[in-house]
Design a protein around this ligand. Structure first.
Ligand code: IPE
Ligand code: IPE
Ligand code: MG
Length: 260
């Protein structure tokens, strides 16, 4: 049964269609979030940026649970970009420590909720302790059958594409793929060389904090993703905001280049 109200009320001021309820039969399969604004959230409160990151992790926990309850199959969270190494070492340290703390504290709960932990990005460049905890978490949750929680860590879309090309060359030079394979390379084959090879493209990309850019996130995979922006900063991003993003998504007309 369709759970959403048939009535769509028009918001006259912005001329944006608003829907009152979520349609649980049309939950996006893959939701990706650029969790932004932690520093500004803290600054507004005269607190150190690190405090913003701390509250951000608490929030992340809440949103992960909600996404899993909603029946989202893949949740990708942009947590640390290839460009975030340009930040002061103390801030990078804080972020890495928070990652370890989050996984150590939440692993059993995530496991109980049947969540599968995965990563995208070059995690080999993270501090050893992060790699260790991530590997343990992935190993421990690999046989679960619920939502895939994809953590984008040391992730950059350009790096991912270059890495795929390099690996293709390597395989060709090693004789593992033929000249004919290379001549026939297509989207499906190329996908197999990306970090995201096991997941579908994101249906919706959410960015918090008012910035309207990708900042090197999922450049290949976002070809037909719906974009959704909010001024709300990540530490304040609520379940209701997630619901609103999905409600708006459900009003979009995805044509994939065709006609409806
Ligand atoms: C997002 O918040 C977290 C990371 C990029 C790791 P920011 O730290 O970018 O916060 P702002 O954008 O400076 O407010
Ligand atoms: C994007 O946020 C990266 C993450 C959320 C992890 P940034 O704060 O790094 O992006 P810019 O610098 O504002 O583009
Ligand atoms: Mg930012």
């Amino acid at each position: 049964m369709w759970k959403f109200l048939e009535s769509k009320e028009k918001n006259n001021k912005n001329n944006i269609e608003k829907k009152d309820e979520l349609n649980y039969n049309n939950i996006p399969k893959h939701v990706a979030i650029i969790m932004d604004g932690n520093g500004r959230w803290a600054k507004e409160r005269n607190l150190p940026r690190s405090f913003g990151h701390k509250v951000a992790v608490e929030n992340l926990n809440k949103i992960v649970k909600e996404a899993s309850d909603l029946g989202i199959k893949y949740l990708t969270l942009y947590a640390f970009s290839t460009e975030n190494w340009n930040r002061p070492p103390e801030e990078i340290n804080t972020l890495m420590k928070l990652l370890v703390e989050y996984l150590r504290k939440q692993l059993s709960e995530l496991n109980k909720n049947n969540v599968i932990i995965k990563t995208i990005g070059d995690i080999s460049k993270l501090p050893n302790i992060c790699i260790q905890v991530l590997e343990e978490s992935m190993e421990e949750t690999k046989n679960n059958s619920g939502m895939v929680l994809n953590l984008a860590l040391n992730y950059g879309g350009r790096h991912e594409i270059l890495n795929a090309v390099k690996n293709l060359f390597k395989e060709y030079n090693a004789g593992n793929i033929s000249k004919e394979d290379v001549d026939n390379i297509d989207v499906n084959m190329f996908n197999q060389y990306l970090y995201t090879k096991d997941s579908p493209d994101p249906d919706i990309i959410i960015r918090t904090s008012g910035e309207q850019r990708l900042s090197n996130f999922m450049l290949w995979q976002c070809a037909y993703s719906e974009f959704w922006y909010t001024n709300v900063k990540w530490p304040d991003f609520s379940k209701e905001d997630l619901h609103q993003a999905i409600k708006d998504y459900q009003l979009r007309h995805r044509r994939f280049g065709g006609i409806k």
